[in-house]
Design a protein around this ligand. Structure first.
Ligand code: BV8
Ligand code: ZN
Length: 255
């Protein structure tokens, strides 16, 4: 990596040199991303103060089956609002940098995000631990739910059984998709480097993955402009914005 004309040798952030060395020497990289990697795409992070109509709500309150059963129209409206925001957003240099890394060595990309921006940047086989904002499923459907009707301002309901359509995300109190969780844990245990980008490390079981990687001998690099609980168990902490920092950590063109 050193001497590579594509990667400047300066150290805009303390720890950059060590991070570059770890990444250059890694045979396989486990990457965990959170809402912060999409911040520079204009997608508010999960714990950013919600704005406008939504400012009065706590995302953790809204992102649950209980909230949806209690106020289906409100919660459905929140998800439609977020779908509009994300549809307008574009991947940023951090998303593209991870595509470039995966072209150079085995990368397992695990995300807590539901915005699909990694896939839109070109990442393959993204493991979405918390589902996807644009997927739909049924709340206790009849098994033959297909045709649905939506009264204005309300979520669609199955024409057969009246079940509510719901967003295909993992709500608080719901288990993660079994296969996604298994694949993420297996990758964390077997990679020889763990790169954590843009997460507060507050939501489990996702937040436990860097610790799992470390227990299996992988050094942990954290990229986040703010301190996070994950810093305490990191080998390198880059207090930097992902979009500015990731493209400087490894060559951005294969070869
Ligand atoms: C589970 C999808 C068990 C929905 C999300 C009580 C009751 C029930 C469960 C619990 C409970 N107490 C605790 C739990 C467990 C709970 C949990 O961990 N709660 C926390 C809050 C304490 N977890 C769960 O409920 C999980 N399920 O435990 O199930 C079970 C087992 C068997 C059977 C049944 C049940 C499910 C958790 C999944 C919740 N769904 N999203 C939706 O989006 O609507 S989580 C949500 O938070 C998002 O996915 C988000 O990605 C995720 C994590 O947040 P972050 O990504 O870290 O985002 P955040 O805003 O916090 O931080 C952003 C960071 O970026 C910041 O640090 C910031 O500094 C940084 N940043 C900002 N700008 C930049 C940047 N970084 C880099 N560059 C920048 N430019
Ligand atoms: Zn039905």
């Amino acid at each position: 990596m050193s001497g590579d004309p594509l990667v400047p040798t300066s150290e805009p952030w303390p720890g950059m040199g060590e991070a570059r060395r770890l990444i250059a020497n890694a045979r396989s990289v486990f990457v965990l991303t959170g809402a912060g990697i999409s911040a520079e795409s204009g997608v508010p992070t999960f714990r950013d103060a919600l704005t406008g109509l939504w400012a009065q709500f706590d995302p953790e309150e809204l992102a649950s089956e209980e909230a949806y059963r209690r106020q289906p129209a409100l919660v459905w409206e929140w998800y439609l609002h977020r779908r509009e925001l994300v549809a307008e957003a574009r991947p940023n240099p951090a998303h593209y940098a991870l595509v470039a890394l995966a072209a150079q060595k085995p990368v397992t990309l695990v995300t807590q995000n539901v915005d699909g921006l990694h896939q839109r940047a070109g990442s393959q086989h993204v493991i979405e631990l918390h589902g996807n904002l644009f997927a739909n499923k049924w709340l206790n459907g009849c098994g033959r739910c297909d045709e649905a009707t939506a009264l204005p301002g309300n979520p669609p309901r199955c024409n057969l059984c009246g079940a509510l359509m719901r967003p295909g995300v993992v709500w608080f109190g719901e288990d993660l998709p079994r296969v996604a969780r298994f694949r993420a844990e297996h990758a964390a245990e077997s990679a020889d480097l763990c790169l954590v980008v843009g997460t507060s490390g507050l939501v489990y079981p996702a937040a436990g993955l860097p610790g799992l990687a470390r227990e299996h001998g992988a050094p942990v690099i954290v990229v986040n402009p703010q301190p996070s609980v994950l810093d305490q168990t990191a080998d390198v902490v880059l207090q930097a914005a992902a979009g500015a920092c990731l493209p400087l950590l490894w060559p951005q063109s294969a070869g």
